[in-house]
Ligand binder design. Structure first.
Ligand code: C2E
Ligand code: MG
Ligand code: MG
Ligand code: MG
Length: 279
């Protein structure tokens, strides 16, 4: 009887694996198609200084409107893009769109102070030996000043290949690009070796910000990260600020920047541009 049950399970497992594999394969085909048909857009989520509250820049977040399946979230398709190498062309599309967009905004709003846009880079993009050259080409083609651009890499990808990554980050820094360590706190990296990486900003992961207002040991982590980052000459962004209580708490801890639904959701370019007019 146990054997019967075992076999039954095996078949279900197998079928689920089959369905899952088929789904991934379809997604991969759809992604290739999406690249060809230019189905990707970039949305912009405002990043604010916390004291006083003012717009300083945006995080660029990719959006995919599938012609039949509707909106597919990056959480779903970015991992597939990473596993299939498609993140390379997709990453290039994002970077190009952002640089052109920034140039347009700077032209339309010459009096806005330095506007920074942070672009997410996957660890697979680091492994691309042409990355720096591609960035150079895009900057040259669009004429954008490199200090308008910030690169976000996750803490995990930093740890994965630390030596090559340090080399790459230094090359980016030589070009005046700022580096932000994304999702900080989720990757088990030791705070004590942070100083080895040429990082300008730590972005505290949303899961920590979420804990504000509850009795939670994660609060101690936020409390210690902020002064530590400052001592290392880094600034701190808190991601996922959703309530006023979270904002006030972070202000009291002297957190420099924040982003989250409390301020704005990621916005389409036209909506984001309206914020430049009022700033
Ligand atoms: P991330 O870089 O950590 O981006 C922040 C995510 O948190 C975004 O999700 C954003 O919409 C969401 N978010 C911001 N504020 C709040 C808030 O107050 N509450 C909640 N619940 N969520 C908030 P999104 O746009 O779905 O992106 C998910 C992830 O996909 C990103 O996480 C990033 O890792 C990846 N991703 C997005 N765009 C790109 C891209 O162009 N290239 C690469 N390589 N990865 C990207
Ligand atoms: Mg990010
Ligand atoms: Mg993040
Ligand atoms: Mg995140």
């Amino acid at each position: 009887q146990a054997k019967e049950k075992g076999r039954g399970r095996y078949e279900i497992f197998n079928q689920q694996m089959h369905t899952q594999a088929l789904k991934l394969l379809t997604l991969e085909t759809d992604l290739r198609h999406g690249i060809e048909k230019e189905e990707f857009e970039v949305y912009y989520q405002p990043i604010m200084t916390l004291n006083p509250i003012a717009l300083v820049g945006f995080e660029a977040l990719i959006r995919w409107q599938h012609p039949h399946k509707g909106f597919i979230s990056p959480g779903e398709f970015i991992p597939v893009a990473e596993n299939t190498g498609l993140i390379i062309p997709i990453g290039k599309i994002v970077l190009e769109k952002v640089c052109y967009q920034l140039q347009t905004w700077k032209k339309n709003h010459p009096h806005t102070t330095v506007l920074k846009v942070a672009v997410n880079l996957s660890s697979q993009q680091f492994n691309n030996p042409d990355l720096v050259e591609e960035i150079d080409e895009i900057l040259e083609k669009t004429g954008l000043n490199s200090n308008n651009l910030k690169i976000e890499i996750t803490e995990t990808s930093l740890i994965e290949h630390s030596l090559e990554t340090i080399k790459l980050l230094k090359e980016l820094k030589q070009r005046n690009l700022e580096i932000c360590l994304d999702d900080f706190g989720t990757g088990y990296s030791s705070l004590s070796y942070l100083h080895r990486f040429p990082v300008d900003t730590l972005k505290i992961d949303r899961s920590f910000v979420n804990c504000i207002g509850q009795p939670d040991e994660n609060l101690e982590i936020i409390q210690s990260i902020i002064p530590l980052a400052h001592n290392l000459g880094m600034t701190v962004v808190a991601e996922g600020i959703e309530t006023e209580e979270q904002l006030i708490y972070l202000q009291q801890l002297h957190c420099d920047f924040g982003q989250g639904y409390f301020f704005n959701r990621p916005l389409p370019p036209t909506e984001a541009e309206k914020l430049l007019e009022t700033n």
